[in-house]
Design a protein around this ligand. Structure first.
Ligand SMILES: C[S@@+](CC[C@H](N)C(=O)[O-])C[C@H]1O[C@@H](n2cnc3c(N)ncnc32)[C@H](O)[C@@H]1O
Length: 147
């Protein structure tokens, strides 16, 4: 458990497959909303600049150390905060592996334009249909285009 939810980590192999399929290099700024130990940020940093936002201080520190160990500090940044309180308009691609329904995020995205990537099959933005769904082994990634 973390101050804002539950931590589980995405599969790095699946992430690399998905980000390759999505052509993540087309984007300029990626943010992981609840980055945990930074696995998705480090994978995304191989394609574009990537920022991790994480409410749990210990995990945020771990994410930064993982990026440092992989030599990815120049392409990554980490913010220890609740993403609900941050402006997200500078990002053209948002990624989330949700640990709960996306209600608060949906409200924040009403005036945002960009691509939302949702890892896992459990939660999806209300009233939105994915433009594409990628599958790798048992993992899924859904792509939503906003607006
Ligand atoms: C299921 S984990 C996903 C970790 C990582 N994104 C990944 O793909 O491996 C969800 C993470 O989101 C964080 N989290 C949940 N709500 C948050 C919020 N409002 N602001 C910042 N972090 C949040 C939790 O602390 C947890 O580390």
């Amino acid at each position: 458990m973390t101050p804002r939810g539950v931590w589980a980590t995405a599969s790095p192999q699946a992430l690399l497959e998905f980000f390759h399929a999505v052509k993540l290099q087309r984007y300029s700024r990626f943010a992981d909303l609840g980055c945990g130990d930074g696995v998705a940020v480090c994978c995304a940093a191989l394609f574009c600049r990537a920022v991790g936002i994480e409410a749990d201080e210990g995990l945020c520190f771990e994410a930064q150390e993982n990026a440092r160990a992989l030599g990815l500090m120049h392409r990554t940044a980490f913010v220890c905060a609740d993403f609900q309180h941050l402006r997200l308009s500078s990002f053209d691609v948002l990624y989330i592996y949700p640990d709960k329904p996306l209600a608060g995020l949906e409200r924040k995205l009403t005036s945002w334009s960009g691509t939302l990537l949702v890892y896992g099959p459990h939660f999806s933005p209300k009233g939105c249909k994915p433009a594409q769904v990628f599958r790798w082994k048992k993992e899924t990634l859904s792509l939503y285009a906003f607006p």
